[in-house]
Design a protein around this ligand. Structure first.
Ligand SMILES: CCCC(=O)SCCNC(=O)CCNC(=O)[C@H](O)C(C)(C)COP(=O)(O)OP(=O)(O)OC[C@H]1O[C@@H](n2cnc3c(N)ncnc32)[C@H](O)[C@@H]1OP(=O)(O)O
Length: 296
């Protein structure tokens, strides 16, 4: 069931329906180059994933989609990993899909079909944050627009810098979210707030974000530059509250919550029992039993 959870949206069914193989989609995506997704795995067990395409306000090019998928696989296989922070380069988060690629693909019937497949691939990739066996945080500085706003909802948590904005601009583009952003938004803020944010393409600042439960915290701005912590440092210290301890235990914490959130109750109960079994009698458990624990 765990594997099912991680691979649920592998995209293969969709691409066979539309007659394009995964390889063809990858090739098509690589025809739209620019930018990169950079992964830094740290000894702390917290990785930093950077959406890096500043000339286009960190919009997602085709090549970046392919890159993201590779980096997600690396994160899935990171034995010592406990958490991941997703940020944008150059003080802004992500302006969604690369509109140059979207325009180029949408100018023919065939292109449109391929675009839909690439979109589906995007969904697979952008789903990653909440399904990884790592606790994920979106660090939002600057703008998170369109697909960028959706990407923030794919993480377990969102931290917003003051002055930052999350905006589902889809309506202005004649669209609705397609990367799972609407479904997750409803879970996060409730259907009435989700309807307001999507229907009004509302600019959510950090204050509103916290008020409606979209944001989990606001990053401090310290005017004394010498003392000021960067947004990333603040996000790392915020996340480290939840990643203290051995990686197998933190991963197990994430997995039991993930199964509780995404599976039916009977499947979640079965999965929880399996995950429990993976830590029961493990090194951290034996060590805790050998010491005289007092939880106060
Ligand atoms: C299912 C979801 C589908 C989607 O994600 S659709 C895309 C939704 N996103 C958008 O519509 C974003 C449109 N962009 C904007 O609103 C503004 O550029 C933005 C991000 C507020 C920044 O404004 P400014 O600070 O004034 O900067 P600017 O407009 O001069 O932009 C700098 C350069 O970045 C480019 N850019 C921004 N967003 C882009 C995008 N999504 N795709 C491709 N290029 C994009 C923009 O064209 C400009 O390039 P250039 O300097 O004119 O060559």
């Amino acid at each position: 069931t765990e594997l099912q959870l991680q691979r649920q949206s592998s995209g293969s069914v969709y691409s066979s329906i539309h007659g394009f193989s995964q390889e063809e989609i990858k090739e098509k995506l690589l025809a739209f180059p620019g930018g990169s997704i950079d992964l830094l795995k740290q000894d702390s067990g917290i990785a930093v994933l950077t959406i890096n395409n500043p000339p286009r306000m960190n919009a997602f090019s085709g090549a970046m989609m392919v890159d993201l998928e590779e980096k997600v696989t690396q994160l899935e296989n990171w034995t010592d990993g406990k958490g991941v922070i997703v940020q944008g380069a150059a003080q802004t988060f992500c302006s969604g899909s690369d509109l140059n690629a979207v325009r180029a693909m949408s100018n023919s019937q065939d292109g449109m079909k391929m675009l839909k497949c690439c979109w589906e691939k995007g969904k697979t990739v952008v789903f990653f944050g909440c399904r990884l066996p790592l606790i994920s945080v979106a660090l939002v500085e600057g703008n998170a627009l369109g697909g960028g706003a959706e990407l923030t909802t794919a993480c377990d948590f969102r931290l917003m810098a003051s002055g930052s904005v999350i905006q589902f601009v889809h309506k202005h583009m004649g669209l609705v979210p397609g990367w799972g952003g609407a479904a997750r938004l409803v879970t996060l803020v409730g259907s009435r707030n989700a309807l307001k944010l999507l229907g009004g393409a509302v600019k959510v600042d950090s204050e509103l974000g916290v008020h409606i439960g979209l944001a989990d915290g606001v990053l401090k701005v310290d005017l004394d530059a010498a003392r000021a912590e960067t947004g990333l440092q603040q996000a790392e210290s915020w996340l480290s509250q939840y990643t203290k301890g051995p990686a197998p235990v933190i991963k197990a914490v994430k997995k039991v919550v993930l199964s509780g959130r995404e599976l039916s109750l009977s499947d979640a109960l079965r999965t929880e029992k399996d995950i429990f079994g993976s830590v029961w009698g493990g090194p951290a458990n034996l060590q805790a039993l050998a010491s005289k624990s007092k939880h106060k």
